[in-house]
Design a protein around this ligand. Structure first.
Ligand SMILES: Cc1cc2nc3c(=O)[nH]c(=O)nc-3n(C[C@H](O)[C@H](O)[C@H](O)COP(=O)(O)O)c2cc1C
Length: 161
């Protein structure tokens, strides 16, 4: 799958199979984190992978409860600055598209996210903020496949806190 195809086919996935992602796929995803290119190299950003379901579960405040167990997470941390957030998101989307190419489901999460717990877990430094997470795993289905899409598209099914 090309990156352009990944952009076209990707949808948010909110229900996951409980099994961990296989180690080879996980290592490829880790490699994509290491090679993600920043838009503004001077602005600090890091993407951390949380592989343990128990730890991933602690940072999601809604997804786990509403849609079921989330096996893994990526957490984005950056300086507390709008430019740094853009930079971080630019890097994260590269990883999301790589995950799509690897056949994984993903869902960006900034509403149902325990910012403080993520910052604590990943030892955020002074000035650094955990600004979002991306749930990922082997998808069971996307929200589009499980509910009437108009229900999703009018926003009522999107569980923001
Ligand atoms: C920065 C960001 C934060 C998001 N936060 C949440 C969230 O907290 N909960 C949620 O269910 N979806 C969240 N989403 C996913 C959007 O709801 C989703 O992208 C939108 O419904 C469009 O669906 P699609 O990704 O399948 O095209 C977030 C998306 C982005 C880009």
């Amino acid at each position: 799958m090309t990156t352009e195809e990944a952009i076209r086919v990707r949808v948010s996935v909110r229900t996951y199979r409980p099994d961990p992602v296989d180690p080879t796929t996980m290592e490829r995803l880790r490699a994509s984190i290491r090679s993600a290119v920043p838009f503004f190299p001077a602005l600090g950003a890091r993407i951390e992978l949380i592989s343990e379901p128990e730890r991933a579960g602690r940072i999601f405040t809604g997804l786990n409860k509403v849609f079921g167990r989330v096996p893994h997470a990526l957490v984005g941390l950056s300086l507390r600055d709008p430019g740094a957030y853009e930079n971080l998101a630019f890097m994260e989307e590269q990883v999301v598209l790589e995950a799509t190419k690897l056949g994984l489901g993903t869902c960006w999460i900034a509403g149902n996210f325990n910012f403080e717990e993520a910052a604590r877990m990943l030892r955020a430094t002074a000035g650094e903020v955990a600004s979002n997470a991306i749930a990922f795993g082997d998808g069971q289905s996307s929200l589009y496949n499980t509910v009437n899409s108009s229900w999703n598209l009018n926003g009522s099914a999107v569980v923001y806190c």
